[in-house]
Design a protein around this ligand. Structure first.
Ligand code: MG
Length: 382
């Protein structure tokens, strides 16, 4: 075994190369799978969260030119993360990443493995520092058959491991291996082996799966989704502003209430609290408490958002405003933006519609406005 483990300093510079340049055609998505949302974050953000919490000091995300704009937006909040352009093959993409990130220890990781833990990343790094490489691998669970010309041979399962990423190496060794590599390879350790090195395995994690197929994406859909429903109605009176979803609507009447009486926000809050298993707004913000007199419901929404986000992420919110007048169609877009901004979610996750009640009842006579909201929450991973 060739190893240069003895040649580097006690505090090596550790760089990570996250490979995201694949097309991911087997997922059936029309976009790169690293941009797929799992809960409130994309696959690539979950990967970067794990790497940010590890001993890696700098990261480069290797991506296809078509994804650069979106990936630049997603990496913006992370310190010491840059992007570089991928190549036609995974090997070319890794080589581009290595050249873009000179370091002492290089950790190579598939962008489509979002469940990697910081502990596993660090274990691979430690192995590379001590032994020249550290390859995450798990013992094979299935029996593997080799088929050559129709003849089936069972391979001894006790000798077999499934290689994962991260795979960590002494930088100059893996750079040399990629620079001299010829042929096709399925992982970095294979390139390293072909250059004459002996990779060292590190205990991987079975949860550290790679998203490859549509089925894998279905498995990432949270099974613990919780539904919530909220409803509210307030009387329309003269001498009050009309505020819906934090947006002031020009009208000669407004909603009566202890707070600003934002009936839409009240319904949304009750839906979120209900799904999270928390008490409703009548309990949390009682109208007998003077501190809520005239308060903006958006401030109450901030508090509800903080409470539910301790354990939950918002998958989806859908709300309907029931009002005979005024006409709300022209304000829906602003209302939607206002709520999304406050809840810190993409507009794809929240929608608002409006309806009349065909002049029937207290809403139809323009004496009241009601709102109903539904939501789906998921509990955080771990
Ligand atoms: Mg209310």
């Amino acid at each position: 075994m060739r190893s240069n483990a003895e040649t580097h300093s006690p505090s090596p510079r550790v760089g990570a190369i996250i490979v995201c340049a694949g097309k991911g055609e087997r997922t059936g998505l029309e976009y790169n799978k690293v941009l797929h949302y799992i809960g409130q974050k994309t696959v690539i953000e979950q990967v970067l969260d794990a790497f940010s919490a590890s001993d890696v000091s700098r990261t480069v995300v290797v991506c296809a030119p078509a994804d650069e704009t979106r990936i630049k937006e997603l990496i913006a909040p992370y310190a010491n993360v840059a992007i570089c352009t991928g190549g036609d093959t995974r090997a070319q993409s890794v080589l581009n990443g290595l050249k873009a990130l000179p370091c002492d220890i290089a950790v190579i990781h598939d962008g489509a493995r979002p469940f990697v833990s910081p502990a596993l990343i660090n274990a691979c790094i430690r192995s590379a520092i001590s032994h020249g490489s550290g390859i995450a691998a798990v013992k094979a669970v299935d029996t593997v058959k080799r088929v050559i010309d129709g003849k089936v041979t069972s391979l001894p399962r006790s000798e077999l491991y499934n290689a994962q990423t991260p795979q960590a190496f002494v930088y100059k060794d893996i750079l040399h291996a990629y620079n001299t590599a010829r042929g096709t390879f399925t992982d970095d350790a294979e390139v390293y082996e072909r250059a004459g090195f002996s990779p060292v395995l590190v205990d991987g994690e079975y949860a550290n799966t790679k998203i490859t197929t549509v089925g894998d994406l279905m498995l990432t859909t949270p099974v613990g989704a919780k539904i919530g429903v909220g409803f509210d109605v307030h009387r329309l009176v003269e001498g009050r502003p009309l505020i819906l979803g934090g947006v002031t609507i020009p009208y000669n009447k407004g909603l009566q209430g202890h707070s600003d009486a934002d009936v839409l926000v009240h319904a949304v809050m009750d839906a979120l609290l209900s799904a999270a298993g928390l008490p409703d707004i009548g309990v949390l913000f009682p109208d007998t408490d003077g501190k809520y007199l005239g308060i903006s419901s958006m401030l109450l929404l901030d508090e509800v958002s903080a409470r539910i986000s301790e354990k939950h992420s918002i998958l989806s919110v859908s709300a309907v405003i029931m009002a005979q007048a005024p006409k709300l169609a022209g304000f829906i877009s602003d209302i939607r933006k206002s709520l999304c901004k406050r809840l810190k979610i993409d507009e794809a996750r929240l929608n608002v519609s409006a309806t009349t009640t065909e002049h029937m009842g207290i809403i139809g006579s323009s004496d009241a406005i009601a709102a109903s909201a539904s939501c789906l929450l998921t509990e955080h991973h771990g």
